[in-house]
Design a protein around this ligand. Structure first.
Ligand code: DGL
Length: 264
């Protein structure tokens, strides 16, 4: 039995879409979620800056003695995972990434739209996934600042934003949308409204929860099966608490802690 927590990182509320799935699937585990809203958005930042930010969060997590770290942010995953794996050899990492392979395996002949931050769309990792799992009818669409609108709850601006975003693509044809940013599962309805029809959504949460389970099994570090898992949420902006409470599927055993720049 191993009651050390599983750490989860995102540039704010987005990783809650991953946390909800993982926690439902592995409810006996303890979790610590780092909502880095103060540094949101990661999507427009240079790689070196994101590495520095994530590196600090990992150092913080080490104090909590985490057994696994989930990078629940596609932008951070695609840009920092090689660095993290090289520099923290003792930590088990799980990195969410745009579900290009899932869509390729299940919907090869469909028209696919990949939505993600500019940082993710232009990353080497996404380029290599897109090459390996080539699909003829697939559009890669950078969504500058969309995560920021969701993070700051500027939801009333989203319909206009999406209408503008989609105006240059043949959106009537889109059948599958890959949500390549963990903030986007919270605006599925807005996306379908802007496309004006229903679509199949695909994201990376399922792959993450299966991978976490595999690592717990492989390293024999499951928590006690009778434990009711706890969740600690580290906030870097106090306002984020209410937004997170709205998006959390399970509000039991949750405690919020505010961390300002000076606290360790
Ligand atoms: N949630 C994030 C992602 O999956 C990042 C959003 C951002 O900070 O730009 O990419």
């Amino acid at each position: 039995m191993d009651d050390r927590p599983i750490g989860i990182i995102d540039s704010g509320i987005g990783g809650i879409s991953i946390l909800n799935e993982v926690r439902k699937y592995l409810p006996c585990e303890n979790y610590i979620y780092y909502a880095d809203s103060i540094n949101n958005p990661y999507g427009n930042k240079p790689k070196e800056e994101i590495i520095k930010i994530v590196d600090n969060i990992i150092k913080y997590f080490i104090k909590y003695n985490v057994k696994i770290v989930i990078i629940a942010c596609n932008t951070a995953s695609t840009q920092t995972i090689s660095y993290l794996r090289n520099n923290y050899k003792d930590i088990l990492f799980v990195a969410v990434e745009p579900a290009i392979k899932v869509a390729y395996d299940k919907y090869k002949d469909k028209n696919v739209l990949v939505m993600a931050t500019p940082g993710t769309i232009h990353s080497d990792r996404l380029m290599s996934l897109a090459k390996e799992y080539y699909q003829k009818n697939r559009i890669l669409l950078p969504c500058t600042n969309l995560a920021e609108l969701i993070e700051n709850e500027n939801l009333e601006e989203i319909p206009i934003y999406l209408d503008n975003l989609f105006k240059n693509i043949d959106y009537n044809q889109i059948e599958v949308v890959i949500l390549g940013c963990t903030h986007y599962p919270f605006i599925k309805k807005y996306i379908e409204n802007a496309l004006n029809h229903k679509v199949i959504f695909v994201d990376g949460a399922n792959g993450v929860k299966k991978r976490v389970e595999f690592l717990l099994q492989e390293n024999n570090v499951f928590n006690n099966k009778n434990n009711q898992g706890t969740l600690t949420i580290i906030l870097t902006k106090k306002e984020t608490e209410n937004i997170i409470r709205n998006y959390l599927v399970n509000n039991s055993n949750v405690c919020f802690k505010y961390k300002d720049k000076s606290s360790i």
